[in-house]
Design a binder for this molecule. Structure first.
Ligand code: ATP
Length: 372
């Protein structure tokens, strides 16, 4: 279904050593990224980490200062956008206000002098893909923000690009519609087999939709992998903190392979996991434990990693309880438990927080910018 010759590699995108500098600042620094054909990849990170600049360089709206970019195994870094086999859906999805939905979607095809019959077929196909088939004759002003974003998407899909670049395309939608669109867009992508490079600062969105997530930090690629890998095996405190919730503690590292300990105020945290990024024994490290690994009970259980704490709050979080406690030393410990656990719910009571040693991640202390 693509206009490219080498079908199998048509959707491949490769960046090698790509940098883009503004003044003295690197917006993107020495970026290597390979996207497989048909893959859904998200560029994730806080504002200013270089996601949009990366996307714009793939699309041809920005040129790298150094490095190479290839699409469909051909170098493109010197080509203007219209000569690249990609389409971009921008955050500001400006539709032509004086053209109907169908005319907006048809615009690119008309420009390429596509035969009328074919234009009609492809426009109707693209509108059906985004479930806007019955809106063809409407004017943009008669559409909601979410509907306009779908039309912007149809306008890109109608060209049947091998690669689709999307820059926060659902930012204008409310939460419920955004969650619905996430699922629909993912299904559509799988059905079409189009490569999607998707920019977002929303970690849940990236987790829901992506085959792989590229986490960026100050212009660099911090970690790349499938959602469960970046969630369960973060290679830095930055990634551990940016994706999902974490309890972070700081303390001195001791022990060795298979039995690491970190001395924190009021106790010791033990871990059977190998520390990430080779911290030194005797040095200061960060310890991360996810709230869902923390068990809260009214009496001590005697296991490893048990900390006496004071219950501060218990709140409903959909199907789970979000529990916040504080230790006598002032460390905050968050826990997430299924509803219906047997727990004294009165704030102020003593509880015991514990977690398994294989749920403890140890990282060297970093001075990297904090996540949002
Ligand atoms: P956001 O989510 O806020 O859009 P981002 O991760 O997409 O952020 P970029 O837009 O790629 O980040 O910007 C990366 C860095 O480059 C930022 O520090 C930004 O200020 C800077 N930058 C981007 N475009 C320009 C420009 N045209 N001139 C100067 N600096 C720029």
């Amino acid at each position: 279904t693509t206009h490219l010759v080498d079908e199998a590699r048509a959707g491949e995108v490769t960046l090698r050593g790509v940098s883009r500098v503004y003044g003295k600042n690197y917006a993107v620094r020495d970026l290597d990224l390979h996207v497989e054909a048909g893959e859904f990849i998200s560029l994730l990170g806080p504002s200013g980490c270089g996601k949009t600049t990366t996307l714009r360089m793939i699309g041809g709206f920005e040129y790298p200062d150094t490095g190479s970019i290839s699409i469909a195994a051909k170098p493109v870094e010197a080509l203007p956008p219209y000569k690249r086999p990609v389409n971009t859906v921008f955050q500001a999805y400006a539709l032509f206000p004086h053209l109907s939905v169908a005319q907006n979607v048809a615009y690119g095809l008309r420009y390429q002098k596509t035969p009328k019959n074919e234009v009609r077929e492809r426009v109707s196909e693209a509108l059906q893909m985004v479930r806007m088939g019955s809106f063809a004759e409407r004017m943009p002003a008669q559409l909601s923000g979410g509907q306009q974003q779908r039309i912007a998407l149809a306008r890109a899909l109608v060209n049947r690009p091998a690669v689709l670049l999307l820059d926060e395309p659902m930012s204008a939608l409310d939460r419920k519609l955004r969650e619905e669109m996430q699922i629909e867009l993912k299904l559509l992508q799988q059905q079409l087999g189009t490569t999607f490079v998707f920019v977002t600062h929303d970690q849940e969105e990236a987790m829901t939709m992506s085959d792989r997530i590229a986490v960026m930090n100050q212009g660099r690629l911090e970690q790349i992998g499938p959602p469960d890998a970046v969630y369960d095996a973060p290679t830095s405190a930055y990634v551990a903190g940016f994706i999902g919730q974490q309890n972070f503690f700081t303390g001195e590292l001791s022990g060795g392979p298979g039995a690491w300990s970190v001395t924190i105020p009021g106790g010791t945290v033990v871990s059977t996991r190998e520390p990430a990024g080779s911290p030194v024994v005797g040095g200061v490290t960060e310890v991360a434990v996810r709230p869902e690994h923390v068990t809260v009970s009214a009496t001590p259980t005697g296991g490893p990693n048990e900390v006496r704490s004071t219950l501060m709050s218990v709140s409903q979080l959909g199907s789970a309880l979000q529990i916040v406690t504080i230790t006598p030393e002032g460390l905050k410990i968050m826990a997430r438990s299924p509803r219906g656990i047997d727990l004294p719910m009165t704030p102020g009571v003593d509880v015991y927080c514990s977690w398994p040693s294989d749920a403890v991640h140890i990282f060297p202390t970093t001075t990297a910018t904090e996540s949002e």
